[in-house]
Design a protein around this ligand. Structure first.
Ligand code: ZN
Length: 249
């Protein structure tokens, strides 16, 4: 998918102002003064999101080799990401899907067996998406609202079936090509070309992708961009509408 030029006025992110919210809550007597502040890296919105939000996405998990390491790195760096899970991998790794959810990630549908969906008959496309949808709902209590076709390979039929199952089809703006043996530095170099509202494609399955997270975040912070959720309505990265669970001690 080609990069697109920003559309003026199309996306104006709201910025969270937790400090002001806290001050207001204190003034209203709602919060005890002794209440400790939330850990600095606990959430993606840390009050410095003036330039907006970007969507960091990781496809093809969960993987016994990498998912827990990926989640640790994301949490340590204050990132909430969208994870496009493969159904047949999720089926074998319920604990990892639950860990993704508990780490505050948004869990999305990436088909059951990662086929070229456009080459399948409609009933098989439907089955690929529905099985994954049902499994992820069983494991997490919530049916995904986002779907990404494997290889970005889609057509009107695939899109329509996804929408019929309650999911928006989400592709990407920036492809890091982290699956092709790239170094962490090369992944960072690609990822940081992302602009407000846009989505970065990465994968759950490579050590270099995990190693790239601190430098990606350093760059985003320097540009006052925050990792956000992907809106199923607009397909753009926006301010998270829910709160992440607190970081475990
Ligand atoms: Zn994939």
């Amino acid at each position: 998918m080609p990069r697109h030029a920003p559309v003026p006025g199309k996306f104006t992110p709201a910025c969270r102002r937790p400090v002001l919210a806290m001050a207001a809550a204190l003034a209203a007597g709602l919060v005890a003064v002794a209440t400790p502040a939330a850990p600095a890296a606990a959430t993606s919105g840390d009050g410095h999101c003036e330039a907006g939000y970007v969507g960091l996405t990781y496809d093809d998990g969960p993987t016994p080799e990498y998912t827990l390491r990926l989640l640790s790195a994301l949490r340590e760096n204050g990132v909430r990401a969208t994870l496009f899970n493969i159904g047949e991998k999720a089926e074998k790794n319920e604990d990892l899907v639950v860990a993704e959810k508990e780490a505050g990630m948004w869990i999305a549908n990436h088909s059951w067996s990662h086929p070229q969906l456009t080459k399948l008959p409609e009933d098989e496309i439907e089955s690929e998406l529905q099985r994954t949808q049902d499994l992820l709902e069983t494991f997490t209590g919530t049916a995904p609202v986002l779907f990404r076709p494997p290889y970005g390979n889609t057509n009107a039929t695939v899109k329509e079936i996804a929408e019929g199952l309650g999911m928006a089809e989400i592709l990407w703006d920036v492809d890091t090509r982290d699956w092709s043996g790239k170094s962490a530095e090369e992944i960072v170099e690609e990822a940081v070309t992302v602009q407000s509202g846009e989505i970065v494609l990465m994968h759950d399955g490579y050590a270099a992708t995990i190693e790239a997270i601190p430098a990606i975040m350093e760059n985003l912070r320097s540009r006052e961009l925050c990792p956000g959720m992907i809106s199923p309505t607009t397909g753009k990265a926006v301010e998270p509408a829910d709160e992440a669970a607190p970081v475990s001690p």
